[in-house]
Design a protein around this ligand. Structure first.
Ligand code: GLA
Length: 658
């Protein structure tokens, strides 16, 4: 594109009878430095008010006027929102819930992804759109659907699931072995006996639940792929995307990314809502994680597809962004690799669900507002830093966030069933890496480890078939690997290995786990590491130490004296095992020591400065260091001995030679 996109979801369908508003929009967009609009996300009912009766002239005018005014268009396929006639005439397009109740018409993104009639109607609509606008000069990208979400349990989906199972397991006996069907008399004799989990049916067979989630994720991706193929039949050169938004939305984003040209993220942090009113650090870490995840999917810049310029309308308290936060949060996305800042939405709706959701233009319809000025400021900033567009991120550290593993951890019943904190445990390690000022990629267990100096795998409970082999060869060839408690217990079907954990890696780590103890929420064990005492919580692995160096031992309970943190040289690499969920300070200090010992590049030679996040992008022999202060207080950071004073919520970008 050659420049950062500064854009918004534009839903002019709501003002088609108000031409003066539409022309005013263009003037305001130019003033705010908006150079892109995403159109048509929820326009199905406006295109096809009655079945088979299509009206596109209104969109023709919008597309043309965008082009005439130098504004690019990302055009959506409108499959996320359905017109009422569709569900009335074809109720089978609506999703069936887990309790087997079919939804009535309403809301959005709640179709059955197996529904043939839904697929047929979407394909027809997409063909008409792509034939009409595929060569339009304003068009720069296709946006398929919107925020894929959820699972259907209708009979058609069940039939497809059975075919999926047959393809995967080949024989019913093999399925019974993998599901350990002899337990509780769950031996299946016929594929037709299998059904998706239900609140009124099976909730005990974790492997079945895992498979249904995998099946449905593939089905959702298949629907996107169907739309993609329809687009590509008539329009080959325009990139295709869809907006990701929630790691637990029912879709494996690592798989989805494979069929997209570019990845996009929708971001709605709850700024100013935390316990510590002087700092937004916790939100900032969470945002950073999601951006790094989205960027790592394709290892190239992504687009921030949606964000709010002020408040949302769906959290407990929908707070306005405090002065300075809009620029800082927008720059954070850019710092993490986004080539855009885009908003939901341009103009505030007058009615319906999101009438009080923040937008660039409010109900007053004027441009003299604080929010509008904030948006103008971001527009100017993106122009000022345009040379950074396209710059990449070079991470030597990766953390494993694996969709199948997290799904399996959510399903299993084991040691801690009240509040499963496994995802949080990954976030905790990620935060410790961020505070150590290293660039981090977020990868799945199937990704290639070889370009990283350090890979961290918290609670990697489920191993895919070649995971142990790949970890072993990574370490053998010089990699540094940190594995934490509760790793390597089950195969890809949640079938427990006939071995101590971590499966097939005892020689590599020099330890194996004989038992794991669960701690109550108000309990902790203790370890001494580097002369300091730290708390071990949640669960503790009781290790048999075969040949590892002990870095710390448990200090309490009957396993006092057992190894808690170990190090083992294997081949040319090093394997660390941390046998418990550790308190934050430990994660920071331990990873800091690992980073030092193995000479891993830091973005800044400094210990963590409270509330300051550092990110780096590189391009054409230059590196751009983003210094971001997420507190309201002044902070000071030294880059190459030069001191930078950061005011509250300030982002300073320092350009350095690579
Ligand atoms: C999501 C949706 C948008 C809008 C925003 C509001 O991201 O994609 O259509 O509903 O939420 O926060």
């Amino acid at each position: 594109m050659g420049c950062f996109l500064h854009g918004c979801d534009y839903n002019p369908d709501q003002w088609l009878d108000r031409p003066e508003i539409l022309s005013q929009d263009i003037e305001y967009m130019k003033e705010a430095g908006i150079n892109e609009v995403t159109l048509g996300i929820f326009s199905w009912a406006c295109y096809e008010r009655e079945e088979g009766v299509y009206t596109f002239d209104w969109m023709d005018k919008i597309m043309d006027s965008m082009y005439e005014n130098g504004i690019h268009v990302i055009l959506a396929t409108p499959s996320a929102g359905k017109p009422p006639w569709l569900a009335k005439k074809y109720p089978q397009v609506m999703r069936v819930r887990e309790d087997r109740v079919r939804l009535r018409y309403g809301d959005r993104e709640n179709q059955c992804n197996s529904s043939e009639i839904f697929r047929e109607k979407v394909t027809k609509m997409d063909e008409l759109l792509v034939q009409r606008y595929g060569n339009h000069p304003a068009l720069i990208m296709w946006h398929v659907s919107n925020e894929l979400y959820g699972i259907c349990h209708c009979e058609k989906c069940q039939q497809n699931f059975r075919l999926w199972l047959q393809h995967k397991y080949k024989t019913i006996d093999n399925l019974n072995i993998q599901y350990n069907g002899a337990f509780w008399s769950h031996i299946y004799c016929d594929w037709n006996e299998l059904e998706s989990p239900s609140t009124i049916g099976d909730q005990s067979l974790h492997a079945l639940a895992l498979d249904y989630q995998r099946f449905y994720s593939e089905l959702s991706i298949d629907l996107v792929n169907m739309e993609k193929k329809t687009i590509q039949k008539y329009c080959k050169d325009i990139p295709i995307t869809t907006n990701m938004h929630n790691l637990n939305c029912g879709v494996n984003y690592s798989e989805l990314a494979k069929i997209l040209d570019v990845t996009c993220w929708d971001s709605y942090p709850k700024w100013h809502c935390g316990n510590n009113k002087e700092s937004e650090w916790e939100q900032a870490v969470s945002e950073s994680f999601h951006y790094d995840f989205c960027r790592s999917l394709k290892k190239k810049p992504f687009y921030l597809m949606e964000s709010t310029p002020s408040n949302t309308n769906w959290s407990d308290a929908c707070k306005l962004k405090r002065p300075g936060m809009h620029l800082l949060s927008s720059m954070q996305a850019v710092a993490c690799g986004s080539d855009s800042v885009q908003y939901f939405q341009w103009r505030k709706s007058r009615g319906a669900f999101e009438k009080f959701h923040g937008a660039v233009i409010g109900h007053s319809g004027t441009n003299d507002t604080r929010v509008f000025q904030d948006v103008c400021e971001v527009g100017s900033k993106l122009k000022e830093i345009k040379e950074i567009q396209g710059a990449t991120t070079d991470s030597k550290v990766a953390i494993i966030y694996d969709w199948d593993n997290l799904r399996a951890l959510e399903e299993q019943r084991s040691l801690k069933n009240n509040g499963k904190d496994f995802e949080k445990m990954i976030f905790e390690y990620y935060e410790a890496l961020l505070k150590n000022y290293v660039s981090v990629d977020i990868i799945s267990q199937c990704d290639d480890f070889s370009s990283y100096q350090l890979v961290v795998a918290p609670a990697l409970y489920l191993f895919k078939p070649d995971t142990p082999k790949r970890i072993r060869s990574y370490i053998e060839n010089g990699g540094t690997f940190v594995m934490s408690a509760y790793s390597g217990l089950v195969n890809e079907n949640d079938l427990v290995y006939e071995s101590f954990s971590p499966y097939d890696l005892h020689q590599v780590f020099g330890v194996c786990v004989e038992e794991t103890d669960a701690l109550c929420d108000d309990e902790h064990n203790k370890i001494i590491y580097g002369g300091r005492s730290y708390r071990a919580t949640y669960l503790c692995d009781l290790l048999r130490n075969q040949s590892a160096t002990v870095l710390a031992e448990f200090e309490q309970d009957f396993y006092r004296g057992k190894s808690a943190v170990t190090k083992h040289i294997y081949g040319s690499g090093t394997a660390y095992y941390v046998a418990a969920r550790m308190q934050e300070d430990f994660n920071y200090q331990f990873l800091s020591d690992v980073i030092e010992e193995h000479g891993i590049h830091r973005l800044l030679n400094s210990t963590y400065v409270d509330d300051v996040m550092i990110k780096e992008r590189k391009k054409d022999g230059k590196k751009y260091l983003f210094l971001m202060n997420f507190s309201t207080k002044q902070r000071s950071v030294k880059v190459n001995y030069k001191e930078y004073l950061l005011q509250g919520y300030e982002c300073n970008i320092v350009t350095l030679p690579e």
